[in-house]
Structures are given as C-alpha cells and as structure tokens.
Write a protein that binds this ligand. Structure first.
Ligand code: ATP
Ligand code: MG
Length: 420
C-alpha cells in the first residue's frame, strides 16, 4: 500500500467492479443516443460566476458545496457541481441554438464535485449521465425525457424506482404562490436559518427533510392550487403523454428541487432501497436559465441521473448485470519460441476483433492456466516447442476441458469458428 489514500468522500473504480459503471453509463445513454441527442463534453471546471448565477446564489450547492480555486492568473474557478449550466453555456458559446432547428438535444457523462458530508450514496466526487433539450417549450419534450430515463432504468433491470412529478409554475403564477407560501411560513415556529431561507427561496423550505419542519408544513399552500391556466394545461399534457407511454408516476405536490432555475415540469427518480440518499436522479424544465447566464430566451428541459446511486440501486435490488468476460482467448506459451509465435497470434486475433490475452512473465504451465481461468476466456491456446515443430497449437475449451491440436495455418479462422 502506498502512503496515500483516495481523498475523503471519494473512491476508486477498480476492476471487475468498475465494469458495472461502464455498463450503467452505457445503458443510461443508449436511449438518448437513439432519440437524437448528441454527445457534449465540457471542462471539469468553469468560471465560478456561471454556477453562482446558473445554479443560484441561495442554493446549498453554491453556498456550501462548491470546490472553488483561484488560478495563478487570478481567475476564480469552481469544479463543476452539476452539468446543466455548463452544457447550456457551451451550447450558447457554440451558437448551437442558431445553427439549425430547435430544440438542441445534448447528452453528457462525467465527474461532478460537491463538498458534502460523505456518507453512503453521497460523495465529494461522483458521476452523472445527463440530457438537456434546449430551446423548445413543448410538453412532448418533457415527456420524452422522462420516458427515456424510465427506459434506461428498465433496461438495467431496475424495478423498485418511482417517478415523482410536479409543476413549479412559471413567471406568471409562481410569484403569487411564493407570496402565499411566505405568508404561511412566517407564521411557523422555525429556526433563524430556515426563516432566512423562507425569505430568499421559500419553495426550498418545502424540501426540508426534518420531521419537525415537515409536520408544520402539512397545511402549507400548494402550488397546484395557484397554477395559471397555461401551466395547468401544460402539466396535464405532460401527464397524459407519459401515461399513454405506459410509464407510471406519482404526483408529488410538495416536490421542489434544490436548484433555483426550475420552472413548470419538475421530477425526481427515487429508489426505495437506498435509505436516506433515495434520489437516483432528477430534472425538469428551466425556462429562465439561459437569460440568467446572459443568453437569449431558450426554454429548456433536462435531467441528470447519478451513476453511483444507480449502481447502489442495482445492488439493493440484487440485479446482476450481464457483463461478458473481457477476454475470449488466452494464450499460454511454453518456451521462448512458443512465446514469439503465440504473441504474434494474439496480435492477429486482436486485429481480427477477437479479445485475446497472453500469459506474461514466463510462467510455468500451472500458473499460466490459473491466469487463463481468471481471465474468463472460453478458449486457451497452449503451445510448446514440440507443437510448433508439428505446425500445431493445443486449443483447449476452458469449459469442457477438451483439448485438440489445431493447425497454426489458418488459426485465427479456426478460433473464430470455435467461438461462434
Ligand atoms: P440530494 O437531494 O440527494 O442532495 P440533489 O438534489 O443534490 O440530491 P441533483 O443535483 O439533482 O441532486 O443531482 C442529480 C443526481 O446526482 C442525484 O439524484 C444523485 O443521484 C446524484 N448526486 C447528487 N449529489 C451527489 C453526491 N454528493 N454523491 C453522489 N451522487 C450525487
Ligand atoms: Mg444535494
């Protein structure tokens, strides 16, 4: 062991476990890629102001959770705590919204950083796969994203997740509701910090997880009763499109999200096997964000799913992903000449798109065959000097144990036929 350990709140992805992460990222992005979303990759850090404005000055993310740094040149940067602000910034910078039709549909996958109190499912470095559909106000787009996330989770074999859905209203109706809620909150028995929050961002108080706060919120006014006609109709259309797609959801009238820029459709994916870190993903509409970061009006909708918590959800449900062994053929040379010949064959196999590995380090037969077993290969190619003199190698079926001599001539094709 080295003197160093992974920093607090982080962990390494080590084989074979790491293969699950690749599989989860693949499964979440596959439905997006088939639905017209293009891949976008942005830097791991941005101007700190982008997040202050784009995520919101009053959010936990900006006030408590950002990793910030000042460069030698004096620039104030932050490690990205989330993806939406960066992706929108990139789309605006590249003028994607002017290039062709709207919406611009993008997906991303990467590392995110938040200075949090580490616990199971809550880390300082974690990974998300996300999607954003920028520049269109259409309930079918909100529905599309929810349906695609549902498909992704189902394709992984997850069943015990739920979709919570709500509408946060828009700039017409939300201010009226905000005031009604503020009036209600002022009459409660709340601590200083929560009262302050009620003044800056009262909706977030609804999201308070403490039971003594929740108890007082039972009779809080609900946004649903304040939605304007346009928001109501929009929300009904989203609900009926999702229902028609056979995707089950629950109306959660108190669902708000930590980020300031959400409008109208808001949703969260929760998993019941994860204890208090139950949110595996979330998203919604953010019609005002573009203008908040200096762009034109571009109503948009998106989500981000947490890869770490999705892997924990798979564990909680006992789902074993079907991850095929990486190596199909394992070569075991016995002697120097065999080493040269088999090494050449391994290269040929790889060129022919057959996954092959090799016993390195001049091991004896027994240790080398252990390596073959560990690799999960279906076939082993074993050769010593005598085999080579006869123009053959021994081809061993690792499952049945059956071994036959096959000609060196045309070996790649023989192996391919065996694997088929
Ligand atoms: P929470 O309420 O659990 O703090 P959040 O609202 O901060 O979640 P989002 O900003 O919506 O989370 O991020 C989307 C997803 O990213 C979450 O549902 C979760 O799966 C994942 N995520 C967020 N923060 C962390 C973290 N610190 N560690 C691991 N995963 C995280
Ligand atoms: Mg959080």
């Amino acid at each position: 062991m080295s003197t160093f350990k992974a920093p607090k709140g982080t962990y390494d992805l080590i084989p074979p476990f790491s293969a699950q992460y690749l599989a989860v990222r693949e499964a979440i992005s596959a439905p997006l890629r088939k639905a017209g979303y293009g891949y976008v990759e942005t830097p791991g850090f941005e101007d700190v102001e982008l997040f202050a404005r784009g995520v919101g000055e009053s959010t936990d993310i900006v006030t408590k959770e950002m990793f910030t740094l000042t460069t030698k040149g004096g620039a104030n940067l932050a490690l990205r705590p989330e993806g939406t602000a960066s992706v929108l910034r990139a789309a605006l910078e590249a003028n994607l919204h002017k290039a062709g039709g709207l919406p611009v549909k993008l997906w991303y996958s990467g590392s995110y950083y938040r200075y949090e109190r580490p616990q199971k499912g809550r880390y300082r470095h974690f990974s998300q796969v996300g999607a954003e559909a920028i520049g269109a106000e259409d309930p079918a787009l909100d529905a599309e994203l929810i349906i695609l996330a549902d498909q992704a989770y189902r394709s992984l074999g997850l069943r015990n997740f739920r979709i919570l859905l709500n509408s946060l209203g828009d700039k017409e109706c939300r201010p009226v509701y905000r005031e009604a809620l503020q009036g209600f909150l002022r009459g409660l028995d709340l601590d200083e910090e929560t009262l302050r929050r009620a003044e800056i961002n009262p909706l977030r108080v609804l999201d308070d997880k403490r039971p003594d706060v929740q108890k007082q919120l039972v009779d809080a006014p609900l946004l649903r009763d304040h939605l304007c006609e346009a928001c109501k109709a929009y929300h009904e259309e989203v609900r009926s499109l999702i229902t028609a797609a056979g995707v089950a959801f629950e109306d959660d009238l108190k669902l708000v999200r930590g980020l300031d820029y959400y409008t109208r459709t808001t949703f969260e994916f929760v998993h019941d096997g994860l204890g208090s870190q139950s949110a595996v993903g979330g998203g919604g509409r953010y019609d005002g964000l573009s203008e908040m970061i200096g762009g034109p009006a571009l109503p948009s909708v998106g989500w981000a799913l947490g890869v770490d918590r999705t892997v924990l959800a798979l564990e909680a449900e006992g789902v074993e992903l079907d991850i095929p062994p990486v190596t199909e053929v394992y070569a075991v040379p016995l002697g120097d000449e065999a080493k040269r010949v088999l090494f050449g064959i391994v290269t040929q196999l790889r060129t022919a798109d057959i996954a092959a590995d090799f016993s390195y380090g001049g091991k004896g037969m027994k240790a080398a065959m252990k390596g073959a077993n560990r690799s999960g290969a279906r076939l082993a190619l074993i050769a010593g000097d005598r085999d080579l003199a006869d123009g053959v190698v021994q081809l061993k079926d690792m499952e049945s144990g059956e071994q036959t001599a096959v000609a060196l001539e045309g070996l790649v094709e023989t192996v391919r036929a065996k694997l088929a």
